[in-house]
Ligand binder design. Structure first.
Ligand code: GLN
Length: 235
């Protein structure tokens, strides 16, 4: 399982997901505390953020360990946004290790990350194509196809998760999607936590030991917007 995190709220830097917290994604890349599958996340990393002057989010992805990129601390310190995403990757056996297989995947305003694994045959019928042979890239393509049709995020994620899980009951489908003004995450086979304060912080596992982190129950969908946060069962 990879580890991912996102923020929706008053503008803050990418460092707040990666470098500043004790258990930020930098540390979760080599010493995650709750990872059930795999032990380190050294097969790449990616970040994405929204700049009000641009119509689409900015991404930076690499296929090297997050700790090996000497330029990232500088970039993460100045990349500030009210909507942020970051992910570190532990590639599933057989999946390519390349930038195009690394989250966040993107389409228009959307950014997507996946913790888990799914048989590609289970998602190919739902997806028009994929930028990489990686299962997560296929899954992202399936989600983006429905979002392009105008189906809201709140309906799209349960549709894709149910469809993929029906075809592959052993699939693990923790998805995280940002749209700039909204954020959604599924818990389906791995841990997911949320911390509510002046905004909402969502992460595979807590980024620090502050009180207030709440576990999202398995098979639930978390939806966050400026109006608040809602957690609902997927099935
Ligand atoms: N299956 C995805 C990949 O290979 C995600 C892996 C993970 O969550 N560890 O990248």
């Amino acid at each position: 399982m990879c580890r991912h995190a996102a923020w929706l709220g008053p503008s803050r830097s990418l460092s707040s997901l990666i470098f500043e917290p004790d258990q930020g994604l930098l540390r979760q890349a080599y010493a995650p505390r709750m990872q059930r599958f795999g032990s380190v996340n050294a097969d790449g990393f990616g970040v994405g953020w929204y700049d009000p002057s641009l119509s689409e989010p900015v991404r930076y992805r690499r296929s090297i360990p997050i700790w090996a990129d000497a330029n990232l601390p500088g970039i993460a310190g100045v990349a500030r946004s009210s909507c942020l995403m970051a992910a570190v990757r532990s590639a599933t056996v057989g999946m390519p290790i390349e930038e195009s297989a690394t989250a966040p995947f993107a389409d228009g305003i959307w950014l997507l990350s996946h913790n888990g694994r799914v048989q590609r045959e289970a998602v190919r019928p739902l997806a028009p194509g994929s930028e990489s042979a990686c299962d997560s890239a296929w899954l992202a393509s399936a989600v983006f196809a429905l979002l392009r049709e105008g189906i809201p995020l709140a309906r799209t994620l349960p549709l894709v998760v149910r469809g993929a899980a029906e075809a592959d009951p052993a699939a693990r489908l923790n998805l995280l999607v940002c749209g700039g003004m909204e954020l959604a995450a599924t818990a389906w086979g791995d841990t997911l936590y949320a911390h509510l304060g002046e905004g909402v912080l969502v992460a595979s596992e807590p980024l620090d030991d502050r009180p207030g982190w709440q576990a999202v129950p398995d098979r639930n969908l978390l939806l966050a917007s400026p109006d608040g946060v809602l957690v609902t069962p997927i099935d």
